[in-house]
Design a protein around this ligand. Structure first.
Ligand code: NAP
Ligand code: GDD
Length: 385
């Protein structure tokens, strides 16, 4: 009998990679998708097959984290061995505009799912997508023992969900784990998170479709890793003898400005910075390749737009992953430089440019055997629909 998993957030970045990983391990995977008037399954269309086909192991179910009735129904009827709870309003900046909705989905959505397990009496193992954002203003490096100091409605919602998981573990003896994951990115990253916004912008600029990139706080520092590796950790946590909480990151931290410079350097553009604060501008100092005939030295291509500032910011996240290393034998395999190259290559490919190519080679070499590495595939499928 193959194991069954229920995945919330299956249409997101992590949900799509995790589903590929679970299918490669022989699981039957059930995913919660929410009704939308446009297609929202682009990241999983390439692995979806008609449920009438023999051998189908991926099943999608309508539902929403605001609807406890359907959550109970799904848990009771699917009887999953493992539940990966990745669904959330996951955008920090948006959570300031929609604090109540964020609390409802990101915080209470977790409680609804935990209650669905408890009330249905099913012995599912539970993974909660906790976040390094919960550390907020706590100084780096942060680990499992660092006190939370949330700096956004999103982070406060995740802290609530974190403690509900701990309480259900202790109070009801549930096998429930918090993976406290630091930022992880990929070519499937949502387009409004800063890394993807930058790698999409460079592809657009090279194609001549965009002239400038507007950003917020470029001094913020994050511990950025490669998402396909992080979903392996989610699975690993649920395979242990005892449930526990783990911090997962690379142990290294870079600023948004570092990320920007690496991206531009990779395609042969050197940036010079002028001005301070909101007057800071990124100007083309030199162009070493023929990649972009539309650009010239002296062009202003990066500007600051206060619209992207957050009322309260998280300045510095950097993981201490000693526990994950020691107890789970896990270590990240993709460096910051490699991550940049992978993301730029796939965004160039997506827009119809010849990628520089180092990132695609790195990605193939890393051997994430459960995915086909052609992260742009889902966009192509979407275009055909
Ligand atoms: P993502 O790409 O934004 O995906 C979020 C998923 O949640 C999507 O499938 C989305 O569905 C679903 N969702 C949103 N609202 C929902 C609702 N009301 N009911 C049901 N589903 C809903 O996020 P991600 O980057 O994959 O992250 C996965 C999880 O890990 C999230 O909980 C996030 O907060 C957490 N996390 C992420 C990181 C990171 O760096 N990526 C780090 C730490 C923790 P639609 O596709 O329909 O929008
Ligand atoms: N999104 C965005 N857009 N962020 C910008 C911009 C911009 O134009 N300019 C600067 N930033 C800065 C943000 O202020 C923040 O300090 C940093 O870039 C990273 O922002 P995001 O990529 O939006 O990610 P995040 O760190 O706020 O949140 C992500 O990581 C968390 C884990 O620490 C999300 O994936 C969360 O769901 C996740 O929990």
């Amino acid at each position: 009998m193959s194991k069954k998993a229920l995945v919330t957030g299956i249409t997101g970045q992590d949900g799509s990679y995790l589903t590929e990983l679970l299918l490669s391990k022989g699981y039957e995977v059930h995913g919660l998708i929410r009704r939308a008037s446009t297609f929202n399954t682009g990241r999983i269309d390439h692995i979806y097959t008609d449920p009438h086909m023999p051998g189908t192991r991926l099943f999608l179910h309508n539902g929403d984290l605001s609807d406890s009735g359907q959550l109970v129904n799904l848990v009771y009827n699917i009887r999953p061995d493992e539940i990966y709870h990745l669904g959330a309003q996951s955008h920090v900046r948006v959570s300031f505009d929609m604090p109540e909705y964020t609390g409802d989905i990101t915080a209470l959505g977790t409680t609804r799912l935990l209650e669905a397990i408890r009330r249905s009496g099913i012995k599912s193992r539970f993974y909660q997508a906790s976040s390094s954002e919960m550390f907020g203003a706590a100084p780096p490096p942060q680990d499992e023992n660092t006190a939370f100091c949330p700096r956004s409605p999103y982070a406060a919602a995740k802290v609530y969900a974190y403690w509900m998981v701990v309480n259900y573990r202790e109070g009801y003896k549930m096998f429930a784990c918090n993976g406290v994951l630091f930022n992880h990115e990929s070519p499937r990253r949502g387009e409004t998170f800063v890394t993807r916004k930058i790698t999409r912008a460079i592809a657009n600029i090279l194609k001549g479709k965009q002239r400038k990139l507007y950003l917020g706080n470029i001094n913020a520092k994050r511990d950025w890793g490669f998402a396909p590796e992080y979903v392996e950790m989610m699975w690993l946590m649920l395979q242990q003898d005892e449930p526990d909480d783990y911090a997962v990151g690379t142990g290294e931290s870079r600023s948004v400005k570092d990320f920007l410079e690496k991206v531009f350097n990779y395609v042969g553009i050197e940036i010079e910075w002028r001005g301070e604060g909101i007057d800071r501008k990124g100007i083309v100092r030199s162009l070493s390749s023929a990649l972009n005939p539309a650009l010239k030295v002296g062009d202003v291509i990066i500007e600051i737009d206060p619209r992207y500032f957050r009322p309260t910011e998280v300045d510095f996240l950097q993981a201490d992953i000693s526990k994950a290393r020691q107890k789970l034998g896990w270590a990240p395999r993709t460096t910051f430089d490699e991550l940049v190259k992978i993301m730029v290559d796939y965004d160039m490919k997506l827009i119809g440019l010849d990628p520089v190519g180092e990132g695609i080679k790195i990605c193939e070499k890393k051997g994430f055997s459960y995915t086909n590495h052609d992260f742009s595939l889902y966009e192509k499928i979407r275009e055909r629909c």
